[in-house]
Design a binder for this molecule. Structure first.
Ligand SMILES: C[S@@+](CC[C@H](N)C(=O)[O-])C[C@H]1O[C@@H](n2cnc3c(N)ncnc32)[C@H](O)[C@@H]1O
Length: 319
C-alpha cells in the first residue's frame, strides 16, 4: 500500500497535514466551535488529554490569533494549559503538563499556571487504548470522561464550558444525567469529521453550575455509581435525553468517503508528510521489534502509523 493511500481513504487526515495540524481531530474542535462559538470570551483554556496537540493548536490559533489582532477579552492575557500522560512536542504559547488527569496534583498544577484563577473553557478529547471489546472500551471511556469531569470541577469557573469526547454506548444516559448535575446545558454533538462508523461523539456542557455546597474531591471519584443494569437504563420519566446535533458545514467533506487524490482540477496532488509525528508513542517499542524481526507474527502491528491517534473505529452496529 502506497503512503498516499491513507490520504485517499481519510480526507481529514490529508487536510490536517496540508493545513499543518498535528492530527485530524483538529477539525472536530473547529466544527464544534462553528456550531457553539466555544471560544468567545475565553482567555484561560485547558486541553485535557492533549497529545499530540492538534486541539491545543486550535486553541492557540483561535485565542492567540484574537490576542494578536488586539481583540482579546477585557485586556486579559490568554493562557492555555495542555495535559497528557504522553510527552508532547512543544507548541508556542501552550504550557504543557505531562500528567494524569485522574490526579489531584494535576488539577493543582493547572491552577498554579493560571495564578490561582480558574479556566473559562475545559476541553477533553481523551481516549483510552481501545481493546476491541466494546463493553470494556465503553466502560473505560466513561471512566475517563468522569475523570475529566472531576478535574474540571476543580479548575472551571462557574458559567464555564466543558467539551468532552463521549462514546454513545448503552450507558450514555447515565453519563448525561451525571453531566446535567453540573451543567444547565448539555448537548451531544457529532462533527462531520467524526466518522459515522465511530461510536464517538462530543458532549458540549455549558454554564457550569455545581450543586450548592459541592466540594470538588479527587480522592473520591465523582459519582462512581455501581453500573447496574436497571439504574443505567434510567427509563421512563427518569430518562435524561439531551439534544443531539450534527455539526460542521453540511457541505464539508464526508469523513466516511474515499476521495480521489486530485481534489481540485487545477491543482496536482502532492504528498504532505505528517506535521508532527508523536515523539514517544506507546506503539514505538512494538514497531522497533517488528523492524528488527523480534516480534512474533501474531503480536506484530500490521502498520506502524506515521501519525498519532484518532478516534477508535468501532463497527457501525455499535454506534
Ligand atoms: C485521541 S488522543 C487526543 C488527541 C488530541 N486531542 C489532539 O488533537 O491531538 C487521546 C489522548 O488521551 C490521553 N490520555 C488517556 N488517558 C489519560 C489520562 N488518564 N491522563 C492524561 N491523558 C490521558 C492519551 O495519552 C492520548 O494522548
Amino acid at each position: 500500500m502506497g503512503r498516499s493511500s491513507k490520504d485517499k481513504r481519510d480526507i481529514y487526515y490529508r487536510l490536517a497535514k496540508e493545513e499543518g495540524w498535528r492530527a485530524r481531530s483538529a477539525f472536530k474542535l473547529l466544527q464544534l466551535d462553528h456550531e457553539f462559538n466555544l471560544f468567545t470570551g475565553v482567555n484561560r483554556a485547558v486541553d485535557l488529554c492533549a497529545a499530540p496537540g492538534s486541539w491545543s493548536q486550535v486553541l492557540s490559533r483561535k485565542l492567540r490569533g484574537r490576542e494578536e489582532k488586539g481583540e482579546e477579552e477585557k485586556g486579559e492575557e490568554v493562557k492555555i494549559v495542555a495535559v497528557d500522560l504522553q510527552a508532547m512536542a512543544p507548541l508556542p504559547g501552550v504550557t504543557q503538563i505531562q500528567g494524569d488527569i485522574t490526579k489531584v496534583s494535576t488539577a493543582q498544577e493547572i491552577i498554579r499556571h493560571f495564578e490561582g484563577q480558574t479556566a473559562d473553557l475545559v476541553v477533553c478529547d481523551g481516549a483510552p487504548d481501545v481493546t476491541g471489546l466494546h463493553d470494556v472500551d465503553e466502560y473505560i471511556q466513561a471512566q475517563l470522561l468522569l475523570a475529566a469531569l472531576n478535574i474540571t470541577t476543580h479548575v472551571l469557573k462557574p458559567g464555564g464550558t466543558f467539551v468532552a469526547k463521549i462514546f454513545r454506548g448503552k450507558d450514555v444516559t447515565l453519563l448525561y444525567s451525571q453531566l446535567k448535575i453540573f451543567f444547565s446545558g448539555v448537548t451531544c454533538a457529532k462533527p462531520r469529521s467524526s466518522r459515522n462508523s465511530s461510536i464517538e461523539a462530543f458532549v458540549v456542557c455549558q454554564n457550569y453550575s455545581p450543586p450548592e455546597g459541592y466540594i470538588p474531591n479527587m480522592s473520591n471519584p465523582l459519582l462512581d455509581h455501581s453500573y447496574d443494569v436497571d439504574f443505567n437504563q434510567l427509563e421512563g420519566p427518569n430518562r435524561v435525553i439531551v439534544p443531539f446535533l450534527a455539526c460542521g458545514d453540511l457541505s464539508a467533506f464526508d469523513s466516511d468517503r474515499t476521495y480521489p487524490l486530485q481534489l481540485d482540477a487545477d491543482k496536482q496532488y502532492q504528498y504532505t508528510p505528517p506535521t508532527q509525528p508523536p515523539i514517544s508513542p506507546p506503539y514505538q517499542q512494538a514497531c522497533h521489534l517488528r523492524k528488527t524481526n523480534l516480534l512474533s507474527r501474531e503480536d506484530a502491528p500490521s502498520v506502524c502509523p506515521d501519525q498519532s491517534r484518532d478516534e477508535p473505529e468501532l463497527p457501525a452496529e455499535s454506534t
